[in-house]
Design a protein around this ligand. Structure first.
Ligand SMILES: [Zn+2]
Length: 715
C-alpha cells in the first residue's frame, strides 16, 4: 500500500474514533443497529487452479489476456505476495476452507484421505448462519470423497461427462460456470456462499485456437489462464446485472502455481519454489473494502476463512492458524507474519525427503536433505542458495520452522473410499502412492533429496499425460528411461506397471509390481494393483493372496476388502465374500460401492429383499450410483415391483444415456407393462447405439403388432 493511502486511512480511522468518543451512546448504538440490520453479504469464492500470480495483468504480466480480472482487482484488495500452503490442489483448497495448514487439517497429498469431521469448515459455519451453499468443481481431485463437500447444499463434482477432458475426469470452466449460474438463478432470499473451481490452466495446455487463433501458440499455458478469466468474468457480469455486486464479497484465490520450466520443473507438486507457491489472492466488495488497495505484506491463503468470518463477525468454534486480514483490507496496517508451506508428495510418491518451507520477511528457507535459503528481495527467482554462505540465517529460519511445526495441532485424515473409476483416474495421474505421510522418524532418516531427480520428474510427468491420452507405449518407453537413470523412483515403477497393465502386457505388469514390492514393501497398495492384474490373468487364488497381504498390512482398508469380496465371489465362495463386504462396511458404513457389491452377492444367493435394502443403502450415500439403479431395476422387476423398477431404469438411462443395455432392458419392461410408446422410444434409442443388434427392432415390431391387434394400451 502507498504511504499516502495509509496516512489517509489512518486519519479516517482516527476521526471516526473521535466521533465515537464525542457522541458515545448514540454513535455506538447506531453502529450496532447498522451491523444487525445490514443484510449479510453473499460470498463467491473463485479458485483459479494452477494459476501463477505473475501470469495475471493485476500482478504485472503484460503478455496475457486477463483484462477482465485486472479491472475487477482494481475495485478491491490485491494481496501482492500471497502463498499457497502446498503446491498441490487438495491440501491447498482444504487450507482455504479450514484456516488450517495441511499438517493440521490432515489432507497433505492429492488422492488420499478424508477431512476429519472434527475440523470445522467455512461452509458448515456459513450454513449454520443461514447461508445457501453451493460448490461447482472442475476436477476429480476435489471429489466429495475427500470431505470438502461438508456444509454444501449442492456439491456439484459431476466432472465425468465433459467433452474437453484430455483423458482426465475434469471439465471446462465454461461448464462449471454454467452450472454455478444456474444455481445462482434459483437463489432464495437467504445470503449465499458459492465456490467455483476453475481448472483450465492445468496441464496439458490447450492453446484454444478456435477462440484465440494463434495468439497463444507459443504460450499455451496463458490460453488456459485467459479462458478461466473469461469464465470468471461471466460470474461478475451476472452479479452486476442482478445488482448483487455491492453486497457480494468476491474472493479469487489460487491453489498453487506452475513451474513452466523454471528450476527445471514444468508442472507442480514436487518443489516449493515461488513459481508454484505464489498465487493470486484478491477480494472485492464495494460495501466493505476500499478500491485500489494493495497489500504488500506476505500472506497465505490460510488466512481466507478467518478473514471472511471476521468480516461476518462470526466466531469460530475452534482456533484457526490463519488470521484475519480484514484490517488491512479496510485500509489499516498488517503486521508481518511468517508463512508456512510444504510438499509431502515427494515422500508419499517416492519416499524422498518431504519439503517444508517458511517465508519470513525477505527470507525463504526450505528444509530438505540439503536445505536451501533464499533472499527473496535480492533474488526473487530463488537461484542462489545461501544456506551455506549464510549459515546463521539458515539456522535461525530452521529454528523458526521447527517452532511453527511444534505449534501445529496435527490431524490424521480418515480414509477416502475411492471408486474403481476414481482410483483408475488417480493412478493415471500418478497420484496413487505408497500412502502414508511422513513422520518425524522418517524425516530424521537420510532420505533422497528431490533436487537430485528433477529431470526424471519431468519425464514422469510427461508419461502421465501420455498414459492419460491412451498412448501407453510412449509412456512405457519414457518410464523405462526413468528407471534406467535411477532405481530410487518407485512412483515411476508403479506407473510403469499401470501402463503395462493398461496395454494388456499383463506378465510384464505383474513382474514390475513384484519388483516394486521387493524394493518398497511399504507400498501396500501395489498389492491391490497386482491383484487386479492377477484377476485379469485368471489367477484368482494369487489375487486372493495379494489382497490378504494388503489386508494384513492395513486391516482397515475397506477398498481392499471389497476387492477381496469380488475375488472370493468369482472363486465360488459367496459366504466369505459377503463376510468381507460386511467387514468393509463395518469400517466404512458410507461406502456406497461396498453396499452395491453386497447387494449383488445377496441377490445372487436369492435374498432379493436384503439385496434391495443394500442397493437402497448405496443410494442413500450416493444418489447417482449407476450400478445401484441398474441392479434395483432388475431386482425389483423380479419382485414384481414394476413401477419402482421402471423409475430406477429411467434414472440409469439418465445417468448413462449411451448404454445400450440400460435402454434396451427398460424398453422391454415398459412394453411388458403396456407402456408401448415409452418403450418404443427407448428401443429406438438403443437401436441407434447398436445398429447391428436385431433385438430392439424385434421388440418394436412385436409391440406395434400387438398394438394393431388392440392388445396392450398406448403409452
Ligand atoms: Zn491445483
Amino acid at each position: 500500500m502507498s504511504a499516502n493511502l495509509l496516512a489517509v486511512s489512518l486519519l479516517r480511522r482516527r476521526s471516526a474514533w473521535f466521533v465515537v468518543i464525542g457522541l458515545a451512546s448514540i454513535a455506538v448504538a447506531g453502529v450496532v443497529y447498522r451491523s444487525l440490520s445490514a443484510p449479510r453479504p453473499n460470498i463467491v469464492l473463485v479458485t483459479f487452479d494452477t494459476t501463477r500470480a505473475d501470469r495475471l495483468g493485476a500482478y504485472g504480466y503484460s503478455q496475457g489476456l486477463t483484462t477482465a480480472f485486472d479491472e475487477f482487482a482494481k475495485q478491491g484488495v490485491v494481496f501482492e505476495e500471497a502463498y499457497a500452503p502446498a503446491p498441490i490442489t487438495l491440501p491447498s483448497h482444504a487450507t482455504m476452507l479450514t484456516g488450517l495448514y495441511p499438517p493440521e487439517h490432515g489432507l497433505r497429498i492429492n488422492g488420499s484421505g478424508k477431512l476429519d469431521r472434527e475440523i470445522p469448515v467455512l461452509t458448515e459455519i456459513l450454513k449454520e448462519q443461514g447461508y445457501d451453499t453451493g460448490a461447482f468443481i472442475a476436477a476429480v481431485v476435489l471429489d466429495s470423497v475427500y470431505g470438502l463437500d461438508r456444509g454444501f447444499d449442492v456439491y456439484d463434482d459431476n466432472v465425468g461427462s465433459s467433452a474437453r477432458h484430455h483423458g482426465e475426469r475434469r471439465r471446462d470452466g465454461q461448464e462449471v460456470v454454467d452450472a454455478a449460474l444456474a444455481w445462482l438463478r434459483q437463489r432464495t432470499e437467504k445470503p449465499f456462499f458459492c465456490w467455483i473451481h476453475l481448472y483450465d490452466a492445468h496441464a496439458p495446455y490447450d492453446p484454444r485456437p478456435e477462440t484465440y487463433q494463434q495468439q497463444f501458440s507459443d504460450n499455451p499455458y496463458d490460453a488456459g489462464v485467459a479462458w478461466e478469466v473469461a469464465q470468471f468474468a461471466r460470474v461478475t457480469d451476472y452479479l452486476k446485472a442482478e445488482q448483487l455486486d455491492a453486497n457480494t464479497v468476491v474472493v479469487v484465490a489460487g491453489d498453487h502455481g506452475e513451474g513452466l520450466g523454471e528450476h527445471q520443473e514444468f508442472e507442480h507438486g514436487m518443489l516449493v519454489y515461488n513459481t508454484t507457491l505464489e498465487v493470486p489472492f484478491v477480494a472485492v466488495c464495494p460495501d466493505h473494502f476500499q478500491a485500489g488497495t494493495r497489500v504488500e505484506t506476505p500472506v497465505s491463503v490460510v488466512d481466507l476463512t478467518p478473514t471472511l468470518l471476521d468480516l461476518l463477525r462470526i466466531p469460530s468454534s475452534r482456533p484457526m492458524t490463519g488470521r484475519s486480514l480484514l484490517a488491512a483490507m479496510q485500509g489499516g496496517v498488517l503486521e508481518p507474519r511468517d508463512c508456512y508451506a510444504e510438499a509431502e508428495t515427494p515422500f508419499s510418491l517416492n519416499r524422498w525427503c518431504p519439503l517444508r518451507a517458511v517465508i519470513s520477511d525477505r527470507w525463504k528457507y526450505i528444509q530438505s536433505t540439503r536445505p536451501e535459503l533464499y533472499d527473496l528481495q535480492q533474488d526473487p527467482g530463488e537461484l542462489q542458495n545461501l544456506a551455506e554462505s549464510d549459515g546463521e540465517t539458515a539456522e535461525r529460519l530452521s529454528a523458526l520452522l521447527t517452532e511453527m511445526e511444534q505449534q501445529f495441532v496435527v490431524t490424521r485424515s480418515g480414509d477416502a473410499n475411492l471408486s474403481d473409476d476414481d482410483l483408475a483416474n488417480l493412478q493415471a495421474l500418478g497420484y496413487v502412492s505408497g500412502g502414508a505421510t511422513s513422520d518425524e522418524q522418517s524425516r530424521e532418516a537420510d532420505l533422497p533429496d528431490v533436487k537430485d531427480f528433477i529431470p526424471e520428474v519431468a519425464k514422469f510427468e510427461e508419461a502421465k499425460h501420455l498414459s492419460l491420452e491412451g498412448k501407453s507405449d510412449e509412456a512405457i518407453a519414457l518410464l523405462k528411461e526413468v528407471m534406467q537413470a535411477t532405481d530410487q523412483f518407485p512412483a515411476a515403477n508403479l506407473l510403469l506397471g499401470d501402463c503395462l497393465a493398461q496395454a494388456g502386457r499383463l506378465d510384464e505388469a505383474a513382474e514390475t509390481y513384484q519388483r516394486l514390492l521387493q524394493s518398497h514393501p511399504d507400498f501396500e497398495k501395489v498389492h491391490q494393483s497386482l491383484s487386479r492384474v492377477r484377476v485379469q490373468q485368471g489367477r484368482l487364488e494369487d489375487a486372493e493372496q495379494e489382497l490378504r497381504k494388503l489386508i494384513g498390512k492395513s486391516p482397515d482398508s475397506a477398498v481392499a476388502r471389497l476387492d477381496l469380496a469380488q475375488v472370493l465371489s468369482r472363486l465360488g465362495r459367496p459366504g466369505e465374500a459377503i463376510e468381507e463386504c460386511r467387514e468393509a462396511l463395518h469400517n466404512s458404513p458410507e461406502f456406497a460401492a461396498a453396499h452395491v457389491v453386497l447387494g449383488q452377492l445377496l441377490s445372487a444367493t436369492g435374498k432379493l429383499g436384503d439385496a434391495t435394502a443394500s442397493f437402497e443403502q448405496a443410494l442413500r450415500y450416493d444418489p447417482d450410483n449407476l450400478d445401484a439403479h441398474v441392479h434395483l431395476f432388475f431386482v425389483l422387476s423380479q419382485l414384481g415391483e414394476f413401477n419402482t423398477a421402471i423409475r430406477h431404469g429411467q434414472k440409469a438411462v439418465e445417468l448413462a444415456p449411451d448404454s445400450f443395455e440400460n435402454r434396451f432392458n427398460l424398453g422391454v419392461l415398459l412394453i411388458a407393462q403396456g407402456r408401448n410408446d415409452d418403450g418404443i422410444l427407448q428401443l429406438e434409442a438403443a437401436e441407434k447405439l447398436k445398429p447391428d443388434d436385431p433385438r430392439p427392432r424385434q421388440h418394436i415390431e412385436q409391440a406395434q403388432q400387438s398394438r394393431r391387434r388392440g392388445i396392450g394400451g398406448g403409452g
